[in-house]
Design a protein around this ligand. Structure first.
Ligand code: ADP
Ligand code: ZN
Ligand code: ZN
Length: 820
């Protein structure tokens, strides 16, 4: 008898043992996925061990199915997932879930089949339990219902004991239905000749008499070079499948299936240019090449001003790695940057590149993933999740725009940071890691100054292009002078006009999407808020609806105040739609395109817009922070920022850093070649130190002041941070849970610093009330935050044992990007 130990993507830290059915004994291996019964469900787990003995005392059930033909993780990569689990405080199963592309999970849904009559009888007799009564009420109106829906309807999760007792009385039967994988290998049907041509020839006149269509089919096949045709192509030529079946019956043709790859096609494309590298580029490449050559780990911070040719450095390094027959991983921030860098990599390395990002279809992502797994390519470019692509034999990892917040997964477990994890992966794979940025994160620069990373610099723009001239426009002064035309200052409008006349490109940033960012009543002051979240609803002019940007729900535009009935509603705040609208008013001849997450939801729309902009078919590009990231268009000479305030006043310790990065990055889009660039930033706070540093292009000055504040205020990079969140539909429960947990934590007061629990800044999100508690632990005394995490686990165990609210979920965010 053989046994397999499995872990599941659930918050359990232990493994579960199953027996391996005879049929699977030769098949099961470490690193494959398998479906197994778990409680009353069937779940997909990972095989982390195969043995011929076991000392488990529980009753051992057999595995149901093995889901992979070959292992999708190796023993070596398991170490990496173990590190993720430990560092970001999740179970190994939750970490391993990252290794499979979305859509491949096989899961069962629990269905409840109801004996209605019996439920009605039981309902009539039920006196003791309110919950039981509610459940029976729902059940007596249904024949079949799934468990999650039932839980939702009665607004309670913990109903398992009641369900079990109902099952014993025979009122319900609980069934498991396995849902299939959402994506599959795409197979296509082909037709080919089943006999040598000579054997068929003699029959043709006879076939022709009865069915000319069949002869046409044969001719179509013969017309093909390799004598194989897709069934669909025949259908397109109006050759019916019945004609093919008759040919098949007669033994003339054969129909077969072939797996094909859904290839991702990048719409954006550039010409491949060969350059002479600059001296600075050569020097940088030389230093990293050393590490590539002797296969050793080192983290480099490539600090290169915008337009200094970082991408070309990456390309040269990858060439070197490929020449050594190793592979390369290139991480880029979510969405925006991908079209340009992807097209450059595809230009240079063609089929050897696999692209992985969220705008691809499930099928495309799945096929790219299989291409990597089967060793058919050596280069992967993608957003943070590409870190888990099954690449073997890594020779380099590149993290472009390393300062970008989207490297952190903030919305689901594990809340890992892709950049920081990439460094760990580099260390484990013994290869160099290159972090590139024009505005390095404070953490990374601090790591340079404490000798953890090695600094590489590109100080000059390519072709000696100058950095753009930046000016601040004080909106309150302009208002007094009556020189504001609604959201635009006359200065900015004049500059735009001038650049359009010269046929140069213009980029306008406003980091809010929608039209107006809130609607409020002048008479009673009430702001229209989302019903699920404590945030204002945003007006979208194109749909003529209000939308919540956190949970996505829509509401109709109100005609009167829902609170006092007043008709005086005011629309407040500026989003990209309004900017687009006003630009169209001022510049009716200009072609304007908008990029934000509303406008680029379709798969290739971003690439298409950028491609049009690169060819000068679009004159003005308006957008959210997406326009600030990595775009390289030589004809852009003017960048305008409608309001510098969108991120400046957020109550978050990274607000200054984010603002500096955003404004410096967007400025860097201007003047990247012969034409001198110019940047106009509109603001109410021209004296603010962040804006002053942006104005002077003074990264160092910005760094020095901000790092001092972080030190004084005990924030990263000087402390380990962990944000703990309690979340529940019931406000009291969420509050009590975090308070109970806090009480347990205070036992560890002498070595960690704990802030008292408080409602989160967005106190309600997607219908859940949220409370936060922040833990800090000094880096000098707590290497890797190990002590802090131990304290959290111990406190959690106690909380779980003692608290009445232990069914409220607690979430851990290690190294949070934001504490809102
Ligand atoms: P960054 O990523 O540093 O902002 P890019 O890598 O986009 O800059 O480079 C800016 C532009 O300069 C790109 O269009 C790139 O093709 C071009 N370029 C890069 N290296 C060279 C070189 N050595 N000679 C000429 N042009 C170069
Ligand atoms: Zn009102
Ligand atoms: Zn909402």
């Amino acid at each position: 008898m053989m046994f397999a130990e499995l872990v599941f993507p659930l918050p359990f830290r232990n493994t579960f043992t199953y027996s391996i059915p005879k049929d699977y004994e030769d098949v099961v291996e470490f690193g494959m996925r398998a479906a197994a019964p778990f409680g009353k469900r069937v779940l997909t787990g990972f095989v982390v061990n195969v043995t011929d003995t076991t000392n488990t005392e529980h009753k051992i059930k057999p595995l149901i199915e093995v889901l992979d033909e070959k292992p999708i993780i190796t023993k070596k990569s398991l170490e990496f997932y173990k590190w993720i689990a430990e560092y970001y405080m999740c179970s190994l199963g939750e970490a391993l879930k990252l290794s499979i592309p979305y859509g491949l999970e096989v899961e069962s849904k629990r269905k409840i089949v109801v004996d209605k009559e019996l439920c009605i009888q039981l309902l009539a007799k039920e006196k003791k339990s309110k919950t039981r009564e509610k459940i029976l009420k729902v059940l007596s109106e249904k024949e079949v219902i799934n468990l999650t829906l039932l839980q939702k309807l009665i607004k309670k999760k913990n109903i398992y004991s009641i369900m079990r007792s109902l099952e014993q009385t025979g009122a319900i039967t609980i069934l498991d239905e396995i849902e299939d994988e959402k994506v599959k290998i795409k197979k296509v049907k082909y037709v080919k000749l089943a006999k040598p041509l000579a054997d068929i020839y003699s029959y043709i006149p006879e076939i022709e008499k009865k069915s000319p269509i069949q002869v046409r089919a044969l001719l179509e096949i013969l017309n093909k070079k390799n004598k194989v045709i897709r069934l669909k192509e025949l259908a397109d030529k109006e050759i019916s499948s019945s004609a093919i079946s008759s040919l098949k019956k007669k033994g003339f043709v054969e129909v077969f299936e072939k797996a094909i790859d859904r290839n991702y096609v990048e719409v954006y494309n550039e010409q491949l240019i060969d350059f002479e590298l600059t001296d600075e580029q050569k020097e940088v490449i030389e230093k990293v090449n050393c590490k590539i050559d002797n296969s050793s780990f080192n983290t480099f911070l490539l600090y290169g001003v915008t337009g200094s040719g970082k991408t070309q450095v990456y390309i040269e390094l990858i060439k070197k790695v490929i020449a050594k027959n190793k592979s390369a991983l290139v991480l880029v921030p979510e969405i925006s940057l991908t079209p340009q860098i992807t097209s450059r990599l595809l230009n240079n390395f063609k089929d050897n590149v696999a692209v992985l990002h969220s705008r691809m279809s499930l099928g495309e992502r799945y096929d790219a993933w299989r291409k990597i797994l089967n060793g058919k390519c050596q280069i992967v470019v993608g957003a943070r999740s590409a870190l888990f692509a099954p690449l073997k034999n890594l020779g380099i990892i590149i993290v472009d725009e390393e300062h970008d917040g989207s490297y952190k997964q903030s919305d689901s477990t594990p809340k890992y940071n892709g950049r920081d994890s990439a460094i760990m992966l580099g260390a484990m794979s013994k290869c160099p890691v290159v972090l590139g940025s024009a505005t390095p994160s404070l953490e990374s620069m601090h790591n340079v100054l404490t000798n953890k990373y090695e600094l590489l610099k590109l100080t000059k723009r390519i072709d000696d292009a100058l950095l753009p001239k930046i000016s601040l426009v004080d909106v309150s002064v302009e208002q007094r002078k009556k020189k504001m035309k609604n959201i635009f200052s006359s200065v900015l409008l004049d500059k735009i006009d001038d650049r359009l006349n010269k046929k140069e490109g213009v980029i306008i940033l406003q980091n809010r999407r929608g039209f107006s960012t809130s609607v409020f009543c002048i008479d009673c002051g009430k702001v229209e808020e989302c019903t699920n979240c404590s945030v204002p609803m945003v007006y979208h002019i194109n749909d003529n609806k209000l939308q919540c940007h956190y949970c996505g729900i829509f509401k109709p535009v109100p005609v009167k105040c829902p609170n006092c009935g007043s008709l005086s509603l005011k629309y407040f705040g500026t989003g990209t739609e309004k900017v687009e609208d006003e630009l169209a008013f001022h510049f009716p001849q200009a072609k304007i395109s908008r990029i934000d997450s509303d406008s680029i939801s379709r798969k290739s729309s971003l690439s298409k817009i950028l491609f049009e902009f690169s060819k000068g078919e679009v004159d003005i590009l308006v957008g959210t922070q997406m326009v600030s990231k990595g775009l390289d268009f030589s004809h852009v000479s003017l960048v305008g920022v409608v309001s510098a305030e969108t991120s400046l006043w957020l109550p978050d310790f990274r607000a200054d850093e984010r603002t500096f990065q955003l404004l410096t990055q967007v400025s860097g889009r201007a003047g990247r070649s012969k034409i001198e660039g110019e940047v106009i930033i509109q603001t109410f706070n021209p004296k603010h130190f962040v804006l002053q540093k942006v104005l002077m292009g003074d990264y160092e000055g910005f760094y020095n002041k901000t790092i001092l504040e972080r030190d004084q205020m005990n924030y990263p990079p000087f402390v380990h941070l962990c944000l703990i969140e309690s979340k529940d539909e019931n406000e009291e429960a969420a509050k009590n849970a975090i308070e109970d947990f806090y009480k347990e934590l205070t036992a560890y007061r002498n070595y960690i610093n704990i802030s008292a629990p408080a409602p989160a800044l967005i106190a309600k999100l997607k219908g859940f009330y949220r409370f936060h508690l922040l833990i800090k632990s000094n880096k000098n005394e707590d290497k890797g935050g190990v002590k802090m995490k131990q304290a959290i686990y111990k406190a959690f165990t106690e909380f779980n044992r003692k608290s009445r609210y232990n069914d409220v979920k607690l979430f851990y965010d290690v190294d949070p990007q934001s504490i809102i």
